[in-house]
Design a protein around this ligand. Structure first.
Ligand SMILES: C[S@@+](CC[C@H](N)C(=O)[O-])C[C@H]1O[C@@H](n2cnc3c(N)ncnc32)[C@H](O)[C@@H]1O
Length: 238
């Protein structure tokens, strides 16, 4: 009996020690993924395994390029914006401007799509969400459309821009046009869902089409099984 208890204890200690040798903190990762309701399919991630999926790419890039000014467009419950804000927090500097119109089902009456948005950012819970996770110093929420945001803050500039908002061809084309000029030379623009070519209940996807049109040399495609993530580095003001 005593032998089994010792063996179990040794096993637990061994695994605890192995976990503490990891670069990442599994507990914080699963807490973040649960709190911000990470979409496992959409980001090739896995909450149980503390696997950030595409979140690793965002986190790693921000830790490495040490961007101070980041723009993030669109998220259902804040998963990727939170990863970006966490990277700024861990760098010890940097701020994310997170823009989401807070669209939900109501938009259907106008014949538009919310692109799976749930209206969360219009609620008080949505407005307090980053504060409730302790990330409020590294992120600011703007509940508005990208068009209105770009008009109001036309002098803003960013080193890192992530777009996951209106997924129609017209929508992504508009956002690209609005925000590309705001990207620093050498800065990175990332587009989510470059691989989806179907028409799904939320609408006809068109990010793939814009992505194919971009002929920049500095273009990387992270495109495994699911949604696909496109990364373009800006070389000049083209
Ligand atoms: C729900 S996200 C896509 C899901 C995302 N992959 C995720 O992991 O949460 C799309 C978001 O874009 C927002 N959105 C759509 N069109 C927009 C626009 N023109 N301006 C600002 N936000 C917009 C919606 O409110 C929605 O929350």
């Amino acid at each position: 009996m005593f032998g089994i208890k010792t063996k179990i204890l040794k096993y637990l200690i061994f695994h605890q020690q192995e976990k503490s040798k990891k670069l990442s903190n599994d507990l914080r990762i699963t807490e973040l993924m649960n709190f911000f309701e990470a979409d496992e399919f959409g980001h090739e991630s896995n909450i149980k395994n503390a696997d950030l999926g595409y979140g690793w790419i965002h986190y790693g890039l921000l830790r490495q390029i040490k961007a101070k000014k980041i723009l993030c467009i669109g998220s259902r419950y804040g998963y990727i914006p939170a990863v970006l804000a966490q990277a700024c927090h861990d760098n010890g500097f940097g701020k994310v401007d997170f823009v989401d119109a807070g669209f939900g089902d109501e938009i259907k009456k106008e014949g538009k799509s919310s692109w799976t948005g749930k209206g969360f950012w219009k609620t008080q819970e949505g407005k307090d969400h980053f504060k409730n996770f302790g990330l409020e110093n590294n992120i600011q929420l703007f509940v508005t459309t990208t068009q209105k945001f770009a008009k109001k803050y036309k002098n803003m500039s960013y080193e890192y821009i992530y777009i996951d908002g209106d997924h129609s061809y017209e929508g992504i084309k508009t956002d690209f046009k609005l925000f590309w000029p705001m990207l620093h030379e050498g800065g990175l623009m990332l587009l989510h869902d470059i691989s989806i070519k179907e028409t799904l209940p939320e609408g006809k996807y068109g990010v793939w089409k814009l992505w194919e049109e971009k002929t920049n040399k500095n273009k990387i495609e992270v495109n495994y099984l699911g949604s696909g993530l496109g990364i373009i580095q800006k070389q000049s003001n083209r």
